[in-house]
Design a protein around this ligand. Structure first.
Ligand code: ADP
Ligand code: MG
Length: 311
């Protein structure tokens, strides 16, 4: 499989200073991002998402390990690696005294895009800023700035676009329109990597999802597989009398004893009918006194994977 991004054992330790203690932000991340995907990188605040992205963008130096973008090593083939990726950073840093058109032209110049190959007008149109092409950036709303940043990351037509928390603090309307745009780019062949702490966003957009926590990878799977983990509830029954031993046919169906008078089974709501599960128990001559269900959702999975004993 051809990879858009390939990270091997990536470590980043921020050197301490008078103000900040030394911090190992990435503890050896190995991660492959296939070409053509919309890949979601999730994790709580401080997990290391921005660090990971900024290394790829060449904004932060890694401590050890290798990072390849579109097959190019970020260290030994840095020019090619850099030209293969466009990054929209988490912080909106736009020079307020330029217009969107000027900013895009400047950026294209920085990347050595010849005048004849520039797509300034097309990009402005794509992010719906044609009207504002010649307005000073400081007069743009937060949403417009965000869109301008996306266009800016795209002036050199990189095959990989990275968005760091693209919709943090953005209203619902704009979030939807950004999602729309991301989908369109992806359809046109762009590999998209986005970080987010909105699970809904990941669920809506991404086909693969990786979760990092405290600088470590704790999940990396297709969205379907992750959601399948979520398609999981626990049914707990209180039985009228003590059960010392679980009937073999129940055990075979995945039931377990959960205390003297309780039986429990994990089931997939998308597949199993609770009615059937209950009958199975009753057919063993057991009378059900009470029923409860424990639910799991994406939030649960996320918490489960990112929760750690307070060290
Ligand atoms: P995320 O984007 O997932 O919120 P970051 O990559 O920004 O996480 O940060 C990961 C960890 O590294 C945090 O503990 C953060 O405080 C620390 N960190 C980030 N940048 C620096 C820096 N320049 N110097 C020291 N520590 C840093
Ligand atoms: Mg961040």
């Amino acid at each position: 499989m051809e990879l858009a991004i390939s990270l091997t054992d990536l470590v980043k330790t921020y050197r301490g200073s008078a103000k900040k203690p030394e911090k190992q932000a990435l503890k050896g991340i190995t991660l492959d991002i296939p070409r053509g995907s919309i890949f979601g990188l999730l994790g709580p605040n401080g997990a290391g998402k921005s660090t990971l992205i900024n290394i790829r963008a060449g904004l932060v130096y890694k401590t050890s390990g290798t990072a390849k973008i579109w097959g190019y090593d970020t260290e030994t083939q840095s020019r090619m690696a850099r030209s293969s990726i466009g990054v929209v950073p988490q912080e909106l840093n736009l020079d307020a005294f330029f217009t969107p058109r000027e900013l895009l032209e400047l950026q294209a110049g920085l990347y050595g895009v010849p005048a004849a190959e520039r797509r300034t007008d097309e990009l402005l149109d794509a992010v719906d800023l044609t009207d504002k092409a010649d307005a000073y950036a400081r007069t743009l709303s937060g949403g417009m700035r965000r869109r301008l940043m996306v266009a800016k990351a795209f002036v050199h037509s990189p095959p990989v676009l990275v968005l760091d928390e693209p919709t943090a603090g953005v209203d619902v309307e704009l979030r939807k329109s950004l999602w729309e745009y991301v989908r369109r780019l992806n359809k046109e062949g762009v590999t998209v990597l986005l970080t987010t702490h909105y699970l809904e966003e990941a669920q809506e957009l991404c086909d693969r999802i990786a979760i990092i926590n405290h600088g470590e990878l704790v999940a990396n799977d297709s969205k379907e597989n992750l959601l399948r983990r979520i398609d999981n509830k626990k049914l707990i029954l209180r039985i009228e009398r003590d059960i010392k031993e679980l009937p073999e046919n129940l055990r075979a169906q995945g039931w377990e004893l959960a205390g003297e008078r309780h039986l429990a089974v994990h089931y997939k709501p998308s597949q199993a009918a609770v009615d059937k599960l209950l009958r199975m128990v009753q057919m063993n001559g057991l009378t059900i006194a009470d029923v409860s269900v424990e639910e799991a959702d994406l939030e649960d999975i996320f918490l489960q994977l990112t929760r750690r004993a307070l060290a």
